[in-house]
Design a protein around this ligand. Structure first.
Ligand code: CMP
Length: 140
């Protein structure tokens, strides 16, 4: 199976609780490598642009407010079948539906404050990586 890339965000609920290392450990133990990582405080424009696909959803406004409520850690993850591998270890969007042993089951507070984001396809991974990283920031 090919080594591919995905994009991850450790969200404000997790950074607030000092869980950056704990979440990253679960990603690494799932066979993913952090090829790039930076801690940023998203601007409103970044959050709105990143979640543009959800602009018409009723939760869009609250989602943007939450994502700019504190720092996040944006990461490029590499591994075999990285998108699926990451989604498997993240667990379901709603932590109430997430399997035992997943990041969201272990750490998420709610469907909104769900600790991590992960790309849902290779195509979106490439777009999301390019939204936050220049090529020379991805060092492997
Ligand atoms: P994420 O994978 O980052 O993609 C969109 C985010 O919207 C999702 O995780 C949740 O944090 C947030 N969200 C808030 N409410 C809902 C909802 N009702 N359904 C789906 N996503 C929601």
């Amino acid at each position: 199976m090919a080594v591919t890339r995905t994009f991850s965000i450790i969200k404000p609920d997790a950074t607030r609780r000092n869980l950056t290392g704990a979440v990253t450990k679960m990603l690494e133990e799932a066979g993913l490598r952090v090829a790039a990582s930076k801690r940023i405080h998203m601007t409103r424009e970044q959050a709105e642009g990143f979640y543009d696909v959800h602009r018409e959803r009723p939760f869009f406004g609250e989602l943007v407010e939450f994502m700019i409520s504190g720092p996040v850690v944006v990461q490029v993850l590499e591994g075999e079948d990285a998108v699926k591998r990451n989604r498997d270890v993240m667990g379901a969007t709603n932590p109430a539906d997430a399997d035992e042993g997943t990041i969201r089951k272990t750490y998420a507070e709610s469907i909104e404050a769900n600790s991590v984001h992960g790309s849902d396809s290779d195509e979106n991974a490439a777009k999301e990586i390019a939204f936050f990283f220049n090529d020379d920031e991805i060092v492997g």
